[in-house]
Design a protein around this ligand. Structure first.
Ligand SMILES: *[C@@H]1O[C@H](CO)[C@@H](O)[C@H](O)[C@H]1NC(C)=O
Ligand SMILES: *[C@@H]1O[C@H](CO)[C@@H](O)[C@H](O)[C@H]1NC(C)=O
Length: 253
């Protein structure tokens, strides 16, 4: 009896080893790759992140350097330029009713404002996020506009859209956030919506859907929604068109 149990155990182990090595021959880890292969793997990883295929992801170790290059090189700015121009193309196709109810929703962090100087201090590692230091950074009001977003924002205002700013930042950060948005060049938004007491602990996708629903209930037509997180865009009371900003740095469910 004992011998049979041992044998089954051994066979199971061998099967597992077999499966593991078979899997390894298909899914190779970034550390096994040559430089060119690593780049294309990390490109694919980024595509997976941006399309939400990856779900709640963490950055493969082999792609940490790639990610720094992404932000510090030309690719990030290029991606932002294309998102902004796609957004403008759509916005121009909308005929505003002229009743002030044609809305567009923007997220703040990594959408209107860039916090890269904050993340740069931590080697672009969102894993070492520290709330106290983050609050200090928010208070510093030093975040700059993503220039492509500022251009888009101004154009939307000219086209007659009513702009709503819907952020996961907390209500206690209202003054700092307002000051920072103004310093960065944003003007004349209809409403800045932050997480109030009753929103604490809610998943971002729920909180943001609820707030958009309130706008819809007030008669606004949400044509466009710009955000770097899928939780800015999905859920209900969704915009006619959602514009996903690139962000391979962090994921908010
Ligand atoms: C940020 O500013 C607010 C409002 O002035 C203050 O209550 C809070 O303590 C500050 N937080 C940090 C981390 O400096
Ligand atoms: C925010 O600004 C308002 C008006 O400027 C001021 O009355 C209030 O005390 C400020 N709140 C904080 C938390 O600094």
């Amino acid at each position: 009896m004992a011998a049979i149990v041992v044998r089954i155990f051994l066979i199971s182990i061998l099967c597992l080893i077999g499966l593991a090595s078979a899997a390894q021959s298909v899914i190779r880890m970034p550390s096994d790759r040559t430089a060119g292969e690593t780049d294309s793997f990390c490109n694919s990883w980024r595509l997976s992140v941006e399309t939400n295929n990856a779900g709640l992801w963490s950055t493969p170790e082999g792609c940490l350097g790639y990610r720094v290059d992404y932000f510090t090189g030309v690719q990030y700015a290029s991606d932002l330029t294309v998102v902004a121009s796609d957004s403008i193309a759509f916005a121009r196709s909308v005929t505003p009713a002229g009743d002030g109810k044609d809305g567009w929703v923007f997220d703040v962090d990594e959408t209107l404002l860039s916090n890269l100087p904050f993340y740069e201090k931590f080697g672009y590692s969102a894993e070492s996020f520290n709330e106290e230091l983050w609050n200090e950074w928010v208070n510093s009001t030093a975040a700059e506009a993503l220039p492509e977003s500022l251009g888009l924002y101004r154009e939307l205002k000219e086209l007659g859209f009513t702009v709503f700013i819907l952020t996961g930042r907390d209500e206690f950060q209202r003054n700092a956030t307002t000051a920072n948005l103004l310093a960065a060049g944003f003007r004349d938004w209809e409403k800045l919506i932050l997480r109030g007491k009753s929103d604490r602990g809610k998943r971002a996708v729920v909180y943001k859907s609820e707030k958009r629903q309130e706008l819809v209930d007030q008669g606004y037509r949400i044509h466009g929604n710009s955000g770097d997180q899928w939780s800015d865009l999905l859920g209900y009371a969704m915009a006619v068109r959602s514009f996903k900003y690139p962000n391979p740095l962090y994921y908010i469910a």
